[in-house]
Unconditional design. Structure first.
Length: 120
């Protein structure tokens, strides 16, 4: 089962959901605002994907984040991402609730190619 973590109003997430439906791929959507990941899950994500691939530094949340929090992101990423789950790059993917090294956050051709292989 494909797990897509995102936000309901995120364009990339909506595009990914539409694509998954078109390809008839089973998925579960988990809203980061209403059901944010816990510290253990964030730790797993960071063990697989570097922090710079998990934190969305192009987001409005990042731009509005206090400078001190930005400076502490490497040492306090769990607390910061729990407080501001919209900082997580979206969509964030898991397969059967496991983080996959080759399936980075985002929705581009690389992710589509990987997800389509799951159909077989």
């Amino acid at each position: 089962m494909i797990i897509l973590y995102g936000l309901k109003n995120c364009d990339s997430c909506r595009t990914a959901i539409k694509w998954l439906k078109e390809k008839r791929l089973d998925y579960q959507f988990i809203d980061l605002k209403t059901d944010p990941p816990n510290k253990e899950k964030l730790e797993k994500w960071i063990n697989i994907h570097p922090l710079d691939r998990v934190v969305n530094k192009k987001s409005t949340t990042w731009r509005q984040l206090d400078r001190k929090l930005k400076e502490k992101i490497n040492s306090h990423f769990q607390d910061t991402l729990l407080q501001f789950p919209t900082l997580i790059k979206r969509p964030f993917w898991e397969v059967d609730f496991n983080v996959i090294d080759d399936l980075e956050p985002g929705f581009k051709q690389h992710q589509k190619d990987y997800l389509e292989k799951l159909k077989n």
